[in-house]
Structure formats: C-alpha cells, structure tokens
Write a protein that binds this ligand. Structure first.
Ligand SMILES: [Zn+2]
Ligand SMILES: [Zn+2]
Length: 330
C-alpha cells in the first residue's frame, strides 16, 4: 500500500463539523471534509451571486426554494424573522428598533447571532439615534431596493434573495445547524454535475412552435403552421411538413426521483413529504404551468428541476474545486 492511500484510508476528524471522514482538505489552515467544503462553496455562490448579473436571477430563484423548503422549520423562522419585521415596518413607515426585535424574540437561536449575520451580509446596519439603536438598510439591501424596487413583487424578490443568502450562510458556519432537506437536494443534484461545472443531466424540452423554413415565421400551433405554408407559399398540403421545423426550448433538467429519495433518506427525511412540497409549493421544479413537475420515461420517474438550481450548483462545484486546489498550493 502506498503512503498516499494509507493516509487517505485513515479516519480523521473534520475540524469544522467534527465528523470522522476519510480524506480532509486544508482550507484556510483548517482540516475539513468535502461535505463542509461544499457548504462553504454553496454560500460563496449566494454571497457573490448578487454582484454577478449572470447569476443574480438564479440566486433569487433558488433562494425562494430554500425559503419554501425550510419555512415550517422552527430553527429557520428565527433567521427569517428580522426581515419579515423589516418588511412590516417598511410598509407602515415605522422606525425599526433593535429593542422591538428583542421584545418579540421567542427563538432558541440568540438574536445577537442572527443580527450578526444580517449585519455582516450588509442586509442591515445599526445606527444610534437619541440613545436608541435603529435597524436601517445595509448597502446590499439598498442595492437590491435600487434594482428591484420598481417591480410589483419587489419585496418577494428581496425576501427570496435574503433567504438564500442567510440560509446558505447558516450552512457554511460550523456553529449553526444545517437544514437536512437542503443538504439532501444539494447532494442529489451535484451528482449530475462534474467538478468543472459541466451539467450531465438530460434537459427536458418543450415544443414552442413550428418555424417556416421559407420565411422564418414561428407559429405556435402545428395546424396553423401547416396552413401558413400551404396558403402563403402555395405548397401542396402533402409537402408542407418538409418546410416546417419543430422548435423547442429547455425548461429544466431530468433528475431521477430515486436519486433524490436516496439523498433524503441519508439525511433522515421521508421522501413522500418532499414530493408533497414539490407538488404543492413547486420547490425545485421549473415554473412552466403547462408542463408536468414529475415525468415518467421508460418506467423511471424524473423530477423536472429548474435550470437555476443547476447553474447555482455548477458554480458551487467550481468553487469547491478551487478550494481544494488552493490546498495543494498552500
Ligand atoms: Zn466536515
Ligand atoms: Zn413562411
């Protein structure tokens, strides 16, 4: 047995999660496991995603799902409460005091810890006015309001962005507990993405219409398209299909339900409950109301996962790879 393998086969304690694992990586001077590296990378996508126009929309879409996946979890509610209260106070144009939060705080997670993340993520800032601590918008929240403030669902967008950012931060920190459903989903989908961020899942496409090869016109219905070719271009009806090309767009990626089930069980979650969330809240899946959320192909059930999840996790995989590579250099 060579030394490298012998080293790898030894179980060592991860300095972040405390679990015994084979193969640890040195990240910023700490020996940590690959699961922990993934959580740090996932958070990095959310914290940097907002500044990157190609990621911003995806980070908001996935953030909404993270919110819906954890909404009923009592630990998650502590993390959402400050932003819910902020929205309420903003609606009524009332000053938001730290003492209001303190008075209403009913959660096990200390308010100081929650506020610390909000401040470090530049969502909130605390200013002192007449001996009173006030919570005001931080730079990141201000920027979000500038960009999305004119949209009718601005507060929903901002709420989704904050859920994603805060929940991924909670996952990246060792001292705050993870949400098992999120770990399971990240684990399952990551199996379809290689370390360089290439997506290996099969896209799910939907026919959007028929393109006339003679004039370039795109017609949604097949019958109308046939009519167009025969009437506008005087093509006999038995030849019309030679001039039409079916056009489709990809609305998601196929992920085997059994792969998701396996990851959920590993985290101790009942798969049936998760399927219910897919059906009821549209967690994880594409947003096309005409297309199914779960499909059968050759007797195998697949979840049609929103492409935003794949783009966010492709970026996560790349950050993971970079974190591991940096270890080799240092
Ligand atoms: Zn670990
Ligand atoms: Zn035409």
């Amino acid at each position: 047995m060579n030394i490298q393998n012998a080293y790898k086969s030894v179980l060592r304690k991860c300095e972040r999660c405390g679990k015994y694992k084979r193969g640890l990586y040195n990240v910023n001077g700490m020996m940590i496991c690959s699961d922990c590296i993934r959580k740090i990378a996932f958070y990095k996508v959310f914290s940097e995603g907002f500044k990157d126009p190609s990621m911003r929309g995806d980070v908001i879409t996935v953030g909404l799902d993270l919110g819906n996946m954890t909404w009923l979890n009592p630990f998650a509610q502590a993390w959402y409460y400050p932003i819910l209260l902020w929205v309420f106070y903003k609606d009524y144009n009332i000053k938001f005091k730290v003492s209001d939060l303190k008075l209403k705080w009913r959660y096990k997670t200390p308010l100081e810890q929650v506020l610390k993340f909000y401040i470090e993520e530049r969502i909130f800032r605390i200013v002192v006015e007449k001996n009173e601590e006030l919570i005001v918008e931080g730079d990141a929240l201000k920027e979000m309001l500038d960009k999305y403030g004119d949209m009718p669902d601005a507060l929903d967008i901002i709420g989704s962005w904050i859920s994603g950012l805060i929940i991924s931060r909670v996952h990246a920190e060792a001292e705050t507990p993870d949400f098992r459903a999120i770990n399971a989903v990240v684990d399952a989908l990551s199996k379809y993405i290689d370390p360089d961020g290439n997506i290996k899942a099969i896209p799910y496409s939907k026919v959007v219409g028929y393109r006339c090869n003679l004039c370039g016109y795109l017609i949604p219905s097949k019958d109308e398209a046939k009519k167009h070719v025969s009437l506008s271009h005087r093509i006999p009806s038995d030849e019309v299909m030679n001039y039409l090309r079916e056009e489709s767009i990809s609305i998601g990626y196929l992920v085997k339900l059994s792969v998701i089930d396996q990851s959920l069980r590993k985290e101790g979650i009942q798969p049936e409950r998760f399927v219910e969330r897919i059906e009821k809240f549209g967690v994880l899946v594409h947003e096309d109301p005409e297309e199914p959320k779960i499909v059968d192909r050759d007797g195998i059930r697949y979840v049609v996962v929103h492409p935003a999840w794949f783009r966010v996790l492709a970026r996560t995989r790349m950050y993971e790879r970079d974190l591991i590579r940096n270890r080799a250099r240092g």
